[in-house]
Ligand binder design. Structure first.
Ligand code: NDP
Length: 346
């Protein structure tokens, strides 16, 4: 049990993902060594390219987190682990198990591999979600959920509805079951290392990982693209959306969860506030005035929509992990710039 120190080797699973690529980058920038797991060599080489000159980065192939013992080799010799690999989509879910399987088996699989092959690990941080905290059906907003809360709705929804479950409920159940599996493992196995969960809402911000086309954007960034390219229109405004946080703040949350003693055994909501489509398009117009297809709505008029929708309080992450949240304006500007550079303005 303990915390990581500069120079330590940190395993980052799913390193080719939106949040994990930032986590790996910031670890390198802050003097840690990083081993990332990726599903293909091309994704690993891409990361090597963007991390060149930042520090010691290596990658290992973990093509499917549901395979037994898949992390057995990857965990050898590391000092800390950040587990971010998990499927995140809510559209086109045919069976909740396609999300629940990898979420739960990925989590238990990496924990078992650590337990078996590397008792010297100091700490493990798992990316959970506010999905495992909120209960939008049984404790309806307005409400402020805290780290004491657990999602009471999604597991029973999935048990009741099976393959007819909604994609959103299936994803939320996957995150809830995965985080529960983490804490059960700690309770049952009493490992020599300790664990922390990071629970972000919608994560936005600069995209640095490999993406070939806008269609392949991860779920949270895809929302921005829909507004910025006119796929969401006037009729979608004022557009209540959800709570949000910048990707670099979430990445730093993972690092601080690994390196701050007091974080041990805790879960942390990393949330910067509430987001409406109207607030977002106002910022998009301000930052990118040459975009042609962004709906206008009623600029500045979103306070009423936001009332009672600030569902999560991210103060504990500020207090314990030292996270100071970026503004929506800054996060949106960085996200837009990174995307328009790749895909052009559409
Ligand atoms: P990404 O889709 O960009 O990252 C997911 C990563 O997991 C990718 O590297 C992906 O690999 C990998 N992965 C998924 N399924 C498998 C599998 N079966 N075997 C091996 N690797 C797999 O999404 P995010 O960065 O947004 O999500 C990262 C984590 O953060 C997830 O746990 C997600 O639930 C959580 N989260 C995300 C939020 C958000 O708004 N983005 C909010 C709250 C939590 P590949 O790149 O090859 O597809």
């Amino acid at each position: 049990m303990g915390v990581i120190a500069k120079g330590d080797l940190i395993l980052v699973s799913g390193a080719s993902g939106f949040i994990a690529s930032h986590t790996a980058k910031q670890l390198l920038q802050q003097g840690y060594r990083v081993r990332g797991t990726v599903r293909s060599e091309s994704k690993g080489e891409y990361l090597k390219g963007i991390f060149k000159g930042l520090g010691e980065f290596e990658y290992v192939l973990v093509d499917d987190i549901t395979k037994d013992g898949i992390f057995d080799e990857a965990v050898k010799g590391v000092d800390g682990v950040a587990h971010l690999a998990s499927p995140f989509y809510t559209e086109g879910v045919k069976d909740p198990q396609e999300l629940i399987g990898p979420a739960v088996k990925g989590t238990t699989g990496i924990l078992k591999s650590i337990q078996k092959n590397n008792p010297n690990v100091k700490r493990v941080v798992i990316t959970s979600s506010v999905a495992s905290i909120m209960s939008l059906e049984s404790r309806r907003p307005p409400v402020v959920y805290t780290e004491e809360d657990w999602n009471q709705d999604s597991i029973s929804h999935v048990e009741k509805n099976g393959v007819k479950s909604s994609g959103g409920m299936a994803y939320q159940a996957s995150k809830t079951l995965a985080e529960k599996a983490l804490w059960k493992f700690i309770e049952d196995e009493k490992p020599s290392w300790d664990a922390v969960a990071i629970n972000p809402p919608l994560v936005l911000g600069e995209v640095i990982h490999q993406i070939d086309s806008p269609e392949k954007l991860n779920t949270s960034v895809a929302y921005f693209w829909q507004w910025a390219t006119g796929k969401r229109t006037e009729s979608d405004l004022p557009g209540p959306m959800g709570n949000w946080v910048d990707v670099k703040d979430v990445a730093q949350g993972h690092i601080n969860a690994l390196s701050i003693q007091e974080a041990s055994g805790q879960r942390f909501i990393t949330g910067a506030g509430y987001l409406t489509g109207q607030a977002w398009v106002d910022i998009i117009h301000k930052k990118f005035p040459d975009l042609k297809n962004v709906p206008v709505g009623k600029p500045g008029e979103y306070e009423e929509v936001e009332k009672g929708m600030n569902l999560f309080n991210g103060e504990k992450a500020t207090k314990v992990l030292g996270i100071k949240y970026k503004s929506l304006e800054e996060s949106t500007a960085e996200m837009g710039e990174s995307l328009f550079k790749r895909f052009g303005k559409q």
